[in-house]
Design a binder for this molecule. Structure first.
Ligand SMILES: Cc1cc2nc3c(=O)[nH]c(=O)nc-3n(C[C@H](O)[C@H](O)[C@H](O)COP(=O)(O)O)c2cc1C
Length: 338
């Protein structure tokens, strides 16, 4: 009820301003800082998650709000995407609400503070929440040199992350999605896994590597990608990022804006691609289900379709902390040690 009132005010502001105001408010409004404790622990990738629900990457791009977000009850918070150097992202406006369909279109383009400030922010985190760090490449780095950017990020964030997500699927960095395929993917993952092994020895701490893919993949593409993920012994998979589809939104005011679509309209497609991966991977790599979750029932359906954990972004923007309570209540019985 409270969030509904707040949302009305926030939605009167331009989307990007509302985003910043809401995150800053999280830090100071005690109502939102009340620790939620529902949910059942679950073990995935060797990590003990207090519950199966995480916040997806992109909301806290610079790792500034982890303590406040963790206080809301998320079992894990994924921060980033961080790129080696700071960058502005695309010109504004670049974020559009489609409230009729509980959806968002964004073309932010990895706006962020870069690794130096990001690491300082990670060092300031006080809560013991599980933190995933989502890494990417700078816009000006050619696709052929992408591995350099990912390695730079991996090395710097490694000591501060519980897991690290290799984002290969944002539609707003030209060419990035090519890294999901064939020799690009294989080279990238080989390089990252070799560095992970070195860092494991250096820190005496194994930090799992997770790959985040698009929900726009065909079944054939999924089987090819799955083979490469298995060969490279990737630790986890997130399905998926925003979509280039415009299913159900073409008639809406901002439905034709360029960028990635997220929220309710992408739920069936994202869960379908998740199912392709469940079949192709045969349980060998745990999957984090993401895309279109707007209720506890939706989250439950992702888990029943084979995800071990779930994440939300757009649903949280539309429904606020009530969505967390709804999901944690609905998924409490489902979780078992994996
Ligand atoms: C405004 C916005 C910014 C995002 N930025 C990132 C990002 O930096 N890195 C990333 O991996 N995903 C990013 N995402 C994608 C989300 O993490 C998620 O994959 C996608 O929104 C689908 O989930 P949802 O339907 O629950 O929103 C962003 C999404 C939105 C709406």
């Amino acid at each position: 009820m409270c969030y509904k009132v707040l949302r009305k005010c926030l939605f009167m502001l331009p989307p990007e301003v509302a985003h910043t105001v809401a995150l800053k408010a999280l830090k100071i409004i005690p109502l939102f800082s009340k620790k939620q404790t529902a949910g059942m622990p679950v073990e995935v990738m060797g990590i003990s998650f207090p519950n199966c629900l995480g916040l997806a990457a992109g909301l806290d791009k610079n790792a500034e709000y982890v303590d406040a977000l963790s206080a809301l009850g998320f079992g894990f918070v994924e921060v980033g995407t961080v790129t080696p150097k700071p960058q502005n992202g695309n010109p504004k406006p670049r974020l559009f609400r489609l409230p009729e369909k509980n959806a968002i279109i964004n073309r932010m383009g990895f706006n962020g503070c870069g690794l130096d400030v990001f690491i300082d922010n990670l060092k300031k985190i006080q809560s013991d929440v599980i933190v995933g760090v989502n890494i990417g490449k700078n816009l000006t780095t050619p696709i052929e040199k992408a591995l350099d950017d990912y390695l730079t990020c991996l090395v710097r964030v490694y000591p501060y992350a519980h897991y690290i997500t290799v984002n290969l699927s944002s539609p707003n960095t030209p060419g990035l999605r090519e890294l999901q395929h064939g020799h690009y993917l294989d080279n990238l993952l080989q390089g990252l896994k070799a560095k992970q092994a070195e860092l494991d020895l250096e820190y005496n701490q194994y930090v799992p590597l997770v790959v985040k893919v698009s929900p726009d993949l065909t079944e054939k593409e999924v089987s090819e990608i799955a083979e490469i993920l298995l060969e490279n012994k990737i630790d986890g998979l997130i399905v998926g990022n925003t979509s280039l589809s415009r299913v159900g939104v073409t008639e809406l005011a901002y439905g034709a804006e360029a960028g990635g679509l997220s929220g309710q309209p992408i739920l069936p497609q994202a869960t379908q691609v998740q199912s392709y991966f469940v079949n192709a991977l045969g349980g060998a790599i745990p999957i984090i289900g993401l895309g279109g979750i707007m209720s506890g029932e939706d989250a439950q359906a992702k888990l029943e379709a084979g995800a071990k954990l779930v994440q939300v972004y757009t649903g949280f923007v539309y429904q606020g902390p009530e969505l967390i309570a709804d999901i944690l209540a609905g998924t409490a019985q489902h979780n078992t040690v994996q």
